[in-house]
Design a protein around this ligand. Structure first.
Ligand SMILES: [Fe+2]
Ligand SMILES: [Fe+2]
Length: 133
């Protein structure tokens, strides 16, 4: 299976959506009138549930598992990546709650964390993981 290609396609799509989310957050901060400002956030919540979480779960049982079995350096790298997944699962839950509650301040705060941590995770995976294969 060409896992790298599949993962990279997901990564590219998610990075684009993070840029879009960043724009939506700026609009929310600026107080732009919109018929339903939460529609974009609800859509992003669906992307998290339907694409990002399955992508994480899939990595955990395939590429992460294989790489971590290769040696101590690989194992410690993967341990770190798994900790980032864990932190992100919790950020995702906080994002779902904030969107459900339609709490603008919470949406702004948690989206900032989500964008920063997820972007960093994807870039690290793209840069470092292929070297360990
Ligand atoms: Fe990952
Ligand atoms: Fe990934």
């Amino acid at each position: 299976m060409n896992w790298l290609k599949v993962y990279q396609d997901d990564h590219k799509a998610v990075l684009l959506l993070l840029a879009k989310l960043e724009g939506n957050i700026m609009d929310l901060k600026a107080g732009y009138p919109s018929p339903n400002p939460y529609l974009e956030f609800e859509e992003f919540a669906h992307v998290i549930k339907d694409v990002i979480i399955p992508h994480f779960k899939n990595e955990e049982v395939t590429v992460y598992k294989d790489v971590s079995e290769a040696g101590p350096e690989e194992q410690s790298f993967i341990k770190n990546m798994l900790m980032e997944h864990k932190a992100l699962y919790s950020v995702f839950d906080q994002f779902f709650n904030a969107v459900e509650e339609r709490d603008n301040q919470k949406i702004i705060e948690i989206s900032g964390t989500l964008i920063q941590v997820l972007r960093h995770h994807i870039i690290k995976e793209e840069d470092e993981l292929p070297k360990l294969m």
